[in-house]
Design a protein. Structure first.
Length: 286
């Protein structure tokens, strides 16, 4: 017969102290395993994002070169127009945001010191407190750094701080981002040198018995695609001037006099060379 008044032996609700300690121990072990991996993933994502940013800026260097026929400049002091303000006109970033990355480290833009190589590099440190070498040092070792494989420390001056970092963080070198910008295609397809030929065909004198004809000297002014205005130059009578290093979007203003006056003709270069003849009164395109 069942005694309904007998005491109950059901287990009380909740965890015992031993069970709670066991759970906390397991959570601690999992946190120790997961947290470094999570942090490592976050750091790698930040480096990848910076790599994407530099790739976009590299494309904007090519756009600037295509439109202005010269590379962005590295003017000093920063109050002068320089690469950050020049690229800001093409970028969604401001000049200040182009200069510094998300870790507030300064990015560097370094053109190849051998201009004929038609290259540049953008460099960024995503390791707070581990700065890049000076731009002049990078320029002096440009070829070595260009040839250094990703994930390797350049064998050049100024890179001593980029060895292994403290565990469990990434090694310092994994925080280095380099965008190599090869601009040869822009020079090949958009900036082929063009030639302007200026012929002053004014006769200096006529043979007797015809009356003498006075010499007439003309002049020209070149405005480069980036807005730089060069000094006015003469085109003397019976002389031909050949300008062989012109580029698309350069402009030449032709004058019928040596000093003063308004241009008789203006021509903006596109993709073809051009010849102008001066007959003593007007410049005539050929």
């Amino acid at each position: 017969m069942i005694n309904l008044n007998a005491p109950s032996f059901r287990r009380p609700a909740g965890f015992t102290l031993v069970e709670m300690i066991g759970v906390l121990a397991i959570l601690t072990i999992l946190a120790g395993i997961i947290t470094p991996n999570v942090l490592h993933t976050i750091e790698r994502a930040a480096v990848r994002a910076e790599s994407d940013n530099l790739h976009v800026l590299g494309g904007e260097i090519a756009l600037y070169l295509r439109d202005n026929a010269i590379m962005p400049t590295t003017a000093v002091p920063p109050s002068l127009p320089n690469w950050t303000s020049q690229l800001a006109t093409y970028s969604a970033l401001s000049a200040a945001d182009i200069l510094t990355n998300k870790r507030q480290m300064t990015r560097l833009y370094v053109p190849d010191p051998v201009a004929a190589n038609q290259r540049a590099m953008l460099l960024s440190s995503m390791r707070t407190g581990v700065a890049l070498p000076a731009a002049a040092t990078i320029s002096a070792n440009f070829q070595t750094i260009w040839n250094t494989a990703d994930g390797k420390v350049p064998v050049a001056a100024g890179w001593g701080a980029w060895g292994a970092g403290p565990a469990p963080a990434l090694d310092n070198i994994e925080y280095l981002v380099i965008e190599r910008v090869n601009l040869s295609s822009v020079y090949r397809t958009d900036l082929q040198p063009l030639t302007i030929t200026l012929n002053n065909k004014t006769p200096i004198a006529a043979a007797p018995p015809a009356p003498a004809v006075p010499a007439t000297n003309a002049s020209y002014v070149i405005t480069l695609a980036n807005g730089t205005v060069q000094a006015r130059q003469p085109v003397n009578a019976t002389v031909s001037v050949v300008l062989s290093l012109m580029h698309p979007k350069d402009r030449i203003d032709l004058y019928r006099v040596l000093v003063g006056g308004s241009p008789d003709s203006s021509y903006v270069l596109s993709t073809n060379s051009k010849t102008f003849d001066f007959n003593g009164t007007n410049w005539i395109p050929q």
